[in-house]
Design a protein. Structure first.
Lengths: 125, 125, 125, 125
């Protein structure tokens, strides 16, 4: 007797999360408002809300804040991801592909030998 | 008797992409600059670069732009994702978990019956 | 013979407003927190709060909003000006001078004959 | 013989600068593009360009930067002011009035006795 079980567990988080976002949006019939400009504004607004958590704080206060308000900080970053995923869906952007392509470019822009240990922009390297 | 279980766990884009980002950063020895405040600033800067693509444009011009400059637009969104992933790594944020948790909250904040077809903020629903 | 020269030099709003901001800040002993990075973050945060007023809205809704919520919109813009003035003070920027200089540059970048009726960035004119 | 010369030199910088902006814009026939949303986006974009000057820098590097690149930093702030003034014009906002009103509110939100020496938001004071 022979039993072969092949489990192909091809989990693609990005896809899964993206489907959640799109479903959430479509159930509320919000697509009608979702033009690229306003979607991009959301991305900016959520990013600045994330940034606000770190304003005015010393290093010690930041560490404290990240302990005491971890859940809030986590959520703000999740909010940014929400818009990244929805925008990718609406603008037909293959995030995985775009990301890998960008990383290849980054490697060309910032060769290790030149960029190591420097926070200089590639235009000034 | 013979039992063969092959589990091909071709896993999780987010993890894979995140590992690419961290590797890229660490090879360049940039962690020394990466405090939460400056990381968050990067997130904002890349988001605004994405937004800039849609400024001043009519709907027709936007469609045209998304055709002619698709690669650039895609890259800008990938840039935003880059910082989301790096921040999640450095601040020890489980993105997948935070995201699902946030979606549950969003559902409570925007119940379908109340929010359907309206672009009103939950505080004013 | 009689000669009377009265010069009433009721000067410069910018200076007056700037003095109000600095006084407000110094009475609260907040200078200790005011490094350029965090001041600039405030400028960004207030700008995005201003932007938020116009998100998701059609032209008609925008007009409506500007009627119904005029006081709030006005205040958000005043908030942006607050940080412009405080930053100028702390970084020793002569706003009036910088502004006029910038306008001269703008005229060179966007000559009327070339730029008239186009929303193209100067780099693509 | 009697000669009386009264020179009322009521200089209002804000007005003067604002007139420069509006003239510059109108000569280029750009009003057609200037809806509140896109104007507000400009305000955000220029604010983030200003912020970018202070990213990744230590205190010492910031001081150095403010010496070596002063003209650029000054210009970026002037760019922000440009949009504040143009928006105020187009949205019929009396900046001077809005500003003074806002300062009165700020004083109520942040009473000296409570706020002195703290960088806490008024909602948490």
């Amino acid at each position: 007797m022979f039993k072969s079980t092949i489990i192909l567990n091809i989990v693609t988080d990005l896809d899964k999360l993206q489907r959640m976002v799109v479903k959430f949006r479509d159930e509320r019939d919000w697509k009608q408002f979702h033009n690229p400009k306003d979607l991009a504004i959301s991305l900016v607004l959520e990013s600045t809300e994330f940034l606000e958590h770190f304003q005015w704080k010393t290093e010690a206060e930041t560490i404290e804040h990240l302990k005491n308000r971890k859940a809030e900080v986590d959520e703000e970053l999740a909010d940014v991801l929400y818009w990244v995923l929805l925008i990718a869906n609406d603008l037909n952007i293959n995030l995985d592909e775009a990301f890998v392509k960008k990383m290849v470019q980054n490697q060309a822009k910032y060769p290790i030998t030149k960029a190591k240990g420097k926070h200089t922009k590639y235009t000034e390297l």
